[in-house]
Write a protein that binds this ligand. Structure first.
Ligand SMILES: Cc1cc2nc3c(=O)[nH]c(=O)nc-3n(C[C@H](O)[C@H](O)[C@H](O)COP(=O)(O)O)c2cc1C
Length: 355
């Protein structure tokens, strides 16, 4: 839980959302990782119905898409989504500055630089995980983000190392530059990225996790807020890492697959404020959201695709998944179909419990 002992170091930004007085530092005790193709605005809206306080991230967006495109198209943050951090990819400080300014106008709460993506396309563009070997450029970019939007908090998400570099040397060298250049928070995906030969998917499973190194980095750089990412499978595990001294935990795949297990009790257990999420209320909010989104031309299946894991592990989960995977039925029936499916699954669950 958040206590006075977790009051952030000075200089951390406060998010001005009614009924919330947490700083972004405090929200970042638990965050849902940026995941390309997944953490779009509909997914974030769902997660926000489950936890009021966890920090949410956009998918990684290349700076040029913001500076040369239409920021509103890429960002469009729902007023109920906050706090949300925009994750940017790129390596050009000038573009970073203008992207941050545009992001601030669109109402994001923080900006994060991706220094962990191992994809060949990203490597070719000289950004993502390759930047682990160029910490001064990373720091230049973060400085530019901060210049472009002083009111936003600029952070970095990185790996523990890349290729044949020794993480025991590369990570402290990287963090030393971050600390010297005024970066305040770094999220560390606790495995190396191997940029020659492994696919992005393999780079999320094959290189071994090294949590002890991240803990040692917290001891070496107490002034940095450090969040651990990679392989966390339960809220209990996340709480354990925080109790052991880290400032926060970021969870990706498990939060997506089983959002109730990861986020359902987070407000109470991680933030010490609020109740466990009620699945009935979450589904009801999402039904309303579908009705509103349909008026803006969104197809219901674009929203319900993120909801497949809501009853993960419970009786009826398979029926729910199958029903919501039927895109034609979802799009034809909209919110009524969602509510009817939920009622059927709940009835099945209740009969299972009373049997
Ligand atoms: C489908 C998918 C897309 C991802 N896209 C991004 C991304 O856009 N930016 C990023 O920093 N990391 C991305 N990641 C990595 C996650 O943010 C996270 O670091 C990784 O999945 C490890 O955390 P986990 O074990 O809790 O999932 C992605 C991961 C997945 C599974």
């Amino acid at each position: 839980m958040l206590t006075d002992a977790t009051v952030p170091p000075t200089g951390f930004m406060t998010v001005s959302i009614p009924e919330m007085t947490f700083t972004l530092h405090q929200h970042s005790r638990l965050s849902v990782a940026p995941m390309m193709g997944y953490t779009d605005r509909h997914c974030r809206y769902l997660h926000r119905q489950i936890s009021r306080h966890a920090l949410l991230y956009t998918e990684m967006i290349h700076v040029n898409a913001i500076t040369h495109g239409h920021p509103a198209r890429f960002l469009s943050i729902d007023p109920d989504e906050h706090p949300v951090a925009l994750q940017l990819g790129g390596c050009d400080p000038r573009s970073m500055r203008s992207a941050a300014a545009a992001a601030a106008t669109e109402g994001v709460d923080g900006v994060n630089l991706d220094v962990g993506c191992p994809s060949p396309r990203v490597k070719k563009g000289s950004f993502g995980a390759v930047l682990m070997a160029r910490p001064q450029i990373v720091a230049d970019c973060v400085e530019a983000l901060q210049d472009g939007a002083p009111e936003l908090e600029a952070t970095v998400k990185c790996r523990i190392g890349i290729d044949d570099h020794d993480p025991e040397e590369q990570l402290p060298r990287f963090l030393e530059v971050m600390a010297e250049r005024g970066v305040r928070r770094v999220i560390i995906h606790a495995r190396k990225a191997l940029l020659n030969g492994l696919s992005p998917k393999q780079n999320r499973t094959v290189p071994p996790l090294n949590y002890p190194l991240v803990h040692r980095m917290k001891q070496s750089f107490p002034e940095l807020s450090l969040c651990l990412n990679g392989g966390i499978v339960s809220l209990e595990q996340a709480l354990g890492e925080i109790e052991d001294g880290l400032d926060g935990v970021m969870i990706g795949r498990m939060a997506y697959r089983d959002p109730m297990a990861i986020l359902g009790t987070a407000d109470r257990d991680v933030f010490g404020r609020g109740q466990s999420a009620c699945p009935d209320a979450v589904v009801a909010s999402m039904a309303d959201y579908i009705d509103r989104a349909m008026h803006q031309g969104v197809r219901p299946c674009q929203i319900t695709r993120h909801m497949l894991g809501l009853p993960a592990g419970q009786p009826g989960a398979g029926i729910w998944r199958a029903a919501l995977s039927d895109q034609e039925a979802v799009n034809d029936g909209g919110s009524a179909y969602l509510l009817k499916t939920y009622a059927d699954v709940r009835e099945l669950r209740e009969s299972h419990t009373s049997a």
